[in-house]
Design a protein around this ligand. Sequence first.
Ligand code: S3P
Length: 175
Amino acid sequence: MLSDKIFLIGFMGSGKSTHGKKLAKLLNKPFIDLDNYIEKKEEMTVDQIFTTKGEEYFREKESEYLKQVIARYPQSVISLGGGTPCFNNNITQILKTGTAIYIEMPADSLHYRLTQSENKRPLLKDKSLEEGLEFIKDLLRRREQFYLQAQLTINGINLTAEKLKEALSLYSASH
Ligand code: S3P
């Protein structure tokens, strides 16, 4: 049975928010972007939280608001931050309460997309181009053990919300 809650997980820049918004529309469910939710609640951007309060504070709040969102939106599509599944055992909450889809993308594509993005991520902002690529490769290697626990993994290159919907119906037909 397909869970009513769908989580999109994956590295920064893999398209979780863009695809999540469209998928929610297709499935006629509310869409929640955890980073945006955190920003509204904390009345600060993610970047400001990292700069003024530090990453540890951000991770605490991220886990707290993840629980809040899970409880508040029983039927929804939720895009998580790149680090959400990798801290404080959040992955257990995610897998227990919903169907997680890992949007998989190679490090060089992520790097390219992140250099083009308007949203400058705090974890990358002080790095040169070369440092950025090495950082992404290393972090991706360490985070994959969490991402790959998702019930579904889908290639993020040329991904569309329609493809995501189809993967979900195939999955639900066989579970
Ligand atoms: C982070 C990813 C960001 C945001 C924060 C930390 C990470 O979200 O939560 O900057 O640790 O990978 P996106 O994946 O939406 O960029």
